[in-house]
Ligand binder design. Sequence first.
Ligand code: SF4
Length: 369
Amino acid sequence: MNEEALQKTALHDLKSLNKEELRALCLGLGMKKFRSDQIFQWLYQKGAVTFEEMTNLPKDLRQKLSEVAYIRSLTLHQKQTSKDGTTKYLYNLHDGNQVEAVLIPEFFDDGVADRLTVCVSSQVGCVFGCAFCATGKMGFFRNLSPGEIVDQITTINLDALERFGKRITNIVYMGMGEPLHNYQAVMTSTEILTDPLSLDLSPKRITVSTVGLTKQIKQIGDEKRDFNLAISLHAASDDKRDQIMPINDSLNLHALKDALQYYNRLTGKPVTFEYLLFDGFNDNPEDARNLAAITRWLPSKVNIIMYNNVLGVALQRAREDRLNAFMKQLSAQRVRATVRRSRGDDIDAGCGQLAIREGQARGKTIAKA
Ligand code: SF4
């Protein structure tokens, strides 16, 4: 059945369901409980893209399933590998949209792969329009389904096995989109990824990053989610944050502090503050002092990230001497901070850039939602 025909049917997109919904669907078809586990395993552990592949399911059950549901998968459109091994994957979605994900390998001294981190997208585009972000310039197209999020990771996992002989080790939700703006699909995707019948990843290896959606941060606390939370801070005063992150107009640092302290009270977990260092903008001694004050809100650490310059964006990566001075200031304030060097400089680095370039090449309209 082609895409148009699928849209017109009331069939279920299997990869949009969570495990309980999948079970309910299977029970409704008269299947035994263990059959839904088998199907789940086929979808997320064995990478089945058709019902015919599910060979431990009797033929009549496969037939029944295909009458009420379908499996939709991403297709890889383009792959770029940097000199440092960082690889960008650009995927086609069923409706002509595209998203990208990145595999960032780190190696031991002998060249053997150590950490294999996947940076995953959660939306096509983004509504939040941060001044430094390529995705923010696209406008917002739509949310991804849980399956579209998980598919990015499972396909990269297969590639990692082939290239490095080991599975991916970490996932960060820092690709295209604001993960907490697509809350339910992102939560379902983390549940799928940590399931023993899927990739069986520890939640400690998953980091969800947000620009600071306070209601959802509190919800994560209420639900006592086990994954790590990172905050895209990027400026340590309301004045500067207002200039580069429109979200700060409505949800300022005071609101963020309140939400994070609530989250920490309920989960006991620390957070990571992500801080892109921009030349001459947020790399002054006063910025370091303000950042140090923010880290005292709750147990936390800081990642200072060296920015991948984006075409058409005035903000630029900070100079090395200013980075060093900034780190010294933080250290004097007893702040735990790590510098994260940019990776994949020689490919279309900076999330969203590859998708935008492709979209422009295909004449796709870049529109604000
Ligand atoms: S940084 Fe994140 S929230 Fe801001 S525009 Fe980019 S994708 Fe959206």
